[in-house]
Design a protein around this ligand. Structure first.
Ligand code: F3S
Length: 384
């Protein structure tokens, strides 16, 4: 019964698209969020299984966000969670999804080109696609991205409209960006001020480092609703875009204030389990190389370190021999899973992270203690 209803609903949407094509645009790629069983629960699982049983297939290249389990890791989770996460992935694969299980699909699994029209969910990936690559996607929700993947069309709104990418606020930052945490904090502060408006960003002492911008955009997507940031000297076409009159200058003290809010003030009590977590968004090969390089200067770490990446980057890093040395130093490398890993929710820990987005969600959703530290600060403090 449910299957027939689902088919009918999608048939009706498809008919309305045929009837009013002007309101929709054709897409060539989709990326789905809402994959983790810890987020969507039994209702989401049933919905996806129902869709999958109905025989619907994705019409465009479709990748999926990470779940909450790495099945090859020896850190196990509740067996029910593991079984249900697997069923979610199976349903999406049946519909034609690529088993990418990553929030950085633009690196390997779903590469984009400038001006490509897509329907992506996952805020950090949307921000990267629009602001760094110059593609076009709104910040889709899990369900709208899913519907677009099935239909091959998305609503002609937001960035798909003429002037839909026009920046409305000019942000100026004159302070220092000394590491990736500063970059994430700057994005986070901008997102709080911009709301749903697209900003244009001018940084006086630009780092020129793409990894900094990856954290900046992930931080922006955490607190703001806009799908892109025009970054001076970086976003394709930034020279042609009309700079907004409304200007907001961001001060370094605003970054420090948010850092304090997202970090534990109190010293950890003795025996408290501390884990350093990095890879939110998933680490690229370059980031793993640089982590590997930094670790060379030390013999061991005095706390656990977990890194998260995609299965493609994992294989590549393994092939290059980078992971073996990380394992020897006690680093755990997870693939297929978000930093919101199934084991963390239950066991609890004080998480040290270089990702503003990770700190925000681990604190807000898993109720964990968090402290923001850059990779270099972490190695200095915990490397022996
Ligand atoms: Fe990716 Fe999860 Fe962070 S989906 S961006 S690792 S919160």
């Amino acid at each position: 019964m449910k299957t027939r209803v689902t088919k009918r609903v999608f048939k009706r949407i498809l008919d309305s698209i045929q009837a009013g094509k002007k309101r929709y645009i054709k897409i060539s790629s989709a990326h789905l969020s809402g994959i983790s069983y810890l987020n969507i629960g039994d209702a989401g699982l049933e919905f996806l299984e129902d869709l999958s049983r109905s025989g619907l297939k994705f019409k465009v290249r479709t990748t999926i966000n990470p779940g909450c389990v790495d099945y090859n890791s020896n850190i196990k989770c509740d067996s029910e969670v593991m079984e249900k996460q697997e069923r979610i992935i199976r349903s999406l694969k049946n519909m034609g999804a690529i088993e990418s299980l990553t929030c950085t699909p633009y690196l390997f699994d779903n590469p984009l080109r400038k001006n490509q029209k897509t329907a992506w969910a996952e805020s950090s990936a949307v921000l990267y696609a629009n602001s760094i690559i110059g593609a076009s996607t709104n910040k889709e929700g899990s369900l709208t991205a899913l519907a677009s993947a099935i239909l091959g069309y998305t609503a002609r709104t937001g960035v798909h409209l003429r002037n839909g990418k026009k920046p409305r606020i000019l942000f100026e930052y004159n302070g220092e960006l000394k590491d990736e945490v500063d970059c994430g904090l700057l994005g986070y502060v901008m997102g709080m001020k911009a709301g749903a408006e697209i900003p244009y960003l001018r940084i006086k002492k630009s780092t020129g480092n793409i990894l900094c911008y990856k954290q900046l955009l992930a931080g922006f997507g955490t607190s703001g609703a806009a799908p892109m940031v025009w970054i001076e000297n970086l976003t394709p076409g930034f020279l042609r875009v009309k700079k907004p009159r409304r200007k907001i200058v961001i001060d370094r003290t605003e970054l420090e204030e948010q850092k304090r809010i997202l970090s534990e003030e109190a010293l950890p009590f003795q025996g408290e389990r501390r884990i350093f977590i990095t890879g939110c968004p998933h680490m690229s090969l370059e980031e793993i190389k640089s982590f590997h390089e930094t670790l060379r200067s030390i013999d061991r770490l005095s706390v656990e370190a977990w890194i998260f990446t995609s299965r493609n980057v994992y294989s590549e890093a393994f092939r290059k021999g980078l992971l073996t040395e990380l394992f020897e130093k006690g680093v755990r490398v997870f693939k297929d899973s978000c930093v919101m890993h199934c084991s963390l929710k239950k066991e609890g820990a004080h998480v040290i992270t270089n990702s503003v987005k990770a700190a925000y969600y681990l604190r807000g959703s898993f109720r964990l203690k968090t402290t923001l530290k850059s990779l270099k600060e972490f190695i200095k403090e915990y490397g022996g």
